[in-house]
Design a protein around this ligand. Sequence first.
Ligand SMILES: Cc1ncc(C[n+]2csc(CCOP(=O)(O)OP(=O)(O)O)c2C)c(N)n1
Ligand SMILES: [Mg+2]
Length: 325
Amino acid sequence: MPIQIPEQVKPYYEMLRIRLVEEALAERYSEQEMRCPMHLCIGQEAVPVGVCSALKTSDMVFGNHRSHGYYLAKGGDLNKMTAEIYGKVDGCCGGRGGSMHLIDLDVNFMGCTPIVAGTVPLGLGTGLASKLRGNDQITVVFFGDGCFEEGVVHESFNYAALMELPVIFVCENNEYSVYTNLESRQPDRPMNKIAEAHGWDVGSGNGNDLNQVAKITQQAVSRIKAHGRPQFLEFDTYRWLEHCGPNEDDHLDYRPADQVASWKKKCPVLQMQTQLLSEKSISQEELDSYRQSILEEIELSFNFAKASPFPSPESLYQFSNTNPS
Ligand SMILES: Cc1ncc(C[n+]2csc(CCOP(=O)(O)OP(=O)(O)O)c2C)c(N)n1
Ligand SMILES: [Mg+2]
């Protein structure tokens, strides 16, 4: 049953929903019915929700390989996302893409891709389109700290600055690209200094603090409204699970145990929950009812995905211009 969520509690609800959806995906992954690689954002929920809370539905968002949170925070349809992950015809990409190819044009979630930095130049394209059309649509491209090592990011910074595009690039800095930490990959050269050198406005903050993420993004949106130039935002956060897949991988020892433990103490969902309870914006009974309602919604989405058929073999070349027949 849909329930009424007070306005000030909505961002918390959305973070909790992303967390519970991903926990359910992780739990069922071993059933081997989701046949695509899956990168979970558990621990990082405040960035997608905080950033998207500052956007309008007409604004456009691109994700990367770790995009369930972005898709849901932008208003993407949970049934269609779950069906996509199950490879079913009712998925948001007809079951052809899986977890890393999510699109929902109804809410301007423009897409995501496993190719690191693949969506960065696409965001320039939508930014340029908004500028040429003279509308007020903003483009947001989410990416990780590892993405910064791709040459196209730097070309894109240059192009966006030259063309004065209304884009916000949001870097979720979780300190790791797969198993390698930031210091081993990049010299001491803060990412926002590079953006600044291109003449972009920059902002940075605690990516586990939803209010801070939302405020910093609102400021970036206001600057774009004022002068139309590109914005770079960097938020520190941390992934809890393995790079790809539903498990923990701390036994591999690539991340110090005390680092993992200290970030888990800074859980974005729990921090916001504690705040709402202490300021009495929410009661424990309401919290329990939200959780119950989300779990019911998730169960229905799995039923929807499982009941949906696989795409037919005849449709294999439907969107292709290389049909051999
Ligand atoms: C062009 C390209 N290079 C390498 C990879 C392999 N790869 C997939 S995800 C990833 C790490 C990306 O790290 P980051 O951008 O920090 O995102 P995170 O996984 O930490 O969220 C890499 C190297 C890829 N998919 N595409
Ligand atoms: Mg990273």
